[in-house]
Design a protein around this ligand. Structure first.
Ligand code: SAM
Length: 290
């Protein structure tokens, strides 16, 4: 870095609580106020390209693998034989890319804003990496809550890759939505959710665990450290009626990991179990929801 401040300045994601993320910007590649949200794609100096929705960091080329690997492979390898997968949200295609690395029959993806898909395909193609062209991918441009309420499909794994609980994403954190997800989950299935940065949005994790617990036997959480979701560990909601899914031993997970021939850069079989070993402040948020 030459230390020179360029003409573009910084993308500052104001997170509230007196903390903000700053990413040095070289250019704005695209900006559009879609019908639903304000979408911006930046070229940064050192973190690749970045997409923000309504001023909130969504995906960053340099570290997106962490979030997408952890929200996909933990439920997929815990389940062990998922054939029907559902992604709610996920417009950048990263979750779809990771889910399709497993021997699934179909991944149904309900994303509310087609502009996000189109623009990420154009400006952030490395994220989806061709996943939208996979014949097993079934992309629906729809409100995920409405899809879950009306669909007759059932799933082995449901992944909620949503924005935060504001604007169009808010409904994806409701008990009614979770009830519909439960109704669409096959016996032994599992659901995971994007549940915010716990140090800043711990109350969201507590509420998610509480609401999931209204419908599932085992409502819990696991974590990952994502540099550009700043503020410490990111929380992921976990929900299933099969308590066994959270107890799998490392050898079982390792066998499934190598059978799937996954080449991951954050997830690994040791980390699978470790992700559920929660720091006390995270465990407190989870227990408050029980
Ligand atoms: N990794 C990001 C995070 O942790 O906040 C999420 C990324 S992904 C781009 C979030 C997606 O959720 C966006 O494409 C947005 O359009 C979509 N979304 C928001 N509300 C939705 C809804 N009700 N139904 C379906 N998709 C929704």
């Amino acid at each position: 870095m030459n230390g020179k401040t360029d003409d573009w300045g910084w993308f500052d994601e104001a997170l509230g609580v007196g903390l903000q993320l700053g990413l040095k910007i070289e250019s704005v590649l695209y900006r559009k106020k879609t019908d639903l949200q304000d979408l911006v794609i930046y070229q940064t100096s050192d973190w690749g390209r970045v997409m923000a929705l309504d001023g909130i960091m969504q995906v960053c080329e340099r570290d997106e693998f962490i979030y997408h690997e952890m929200l996909t492979h933990v439920p997929m390898l815990a389940h062990g034989s998922a054939k029907e997968v559902c992604i709610i949200g996920g417009g950048d295609g990263g979750m779809l890319r990771e889910a399709l690395r497993h021997p699934v029959d179909r991944v149904t993806m309900a994303e509310i804003d087609g502009s996000v898909v189109d623009l990420c395909k154009t400006y952030l193609p490395s994220i989806s990496n061709g996943a939208f062209d996979d014949p097993r991918a079934d992309l629906l441009i729809a409100d995920g809550a409405q899809f879950m309420a009306e669909s007759d499909r059932t799933f082995d794994v449901i992944i909620v890759d949503s924005t935060d609980p504001a604007g169009p994403g808010e409904v994806l954190f409701s008990s009614a939505f979770y009830a519909n997800c439960k109704a669409r989950l096959n016996p032994g299935g599992v659901m995971t959710t994007q549940s915010g940065v716990v140090m800043i949005q711990g109350g969201e994790l507590t509420t998610t665990v509480r609401r999931l617990g209204e419908h599932f036997e085992d409502a819990h959480a696991y974590i990952a450290a994502v540099p550009t979701y700043s503020g410490g560990f990111m929380g992921f909601g976990w929900a299933t009626d099969n308590r066994e899914l959270r107890q799998h031993n490392r050898d079982t997970i390792a066998e499934r990991y190598s059978a799937a021939n996954l080449m991951t850069r954050y997830y690994n079989p040791d980390l699978h179990g470790g992700a559920f070993a929660l720091p006390t402040y995270v465990a407190e948020c989870v227990e408050a929801g029980k």
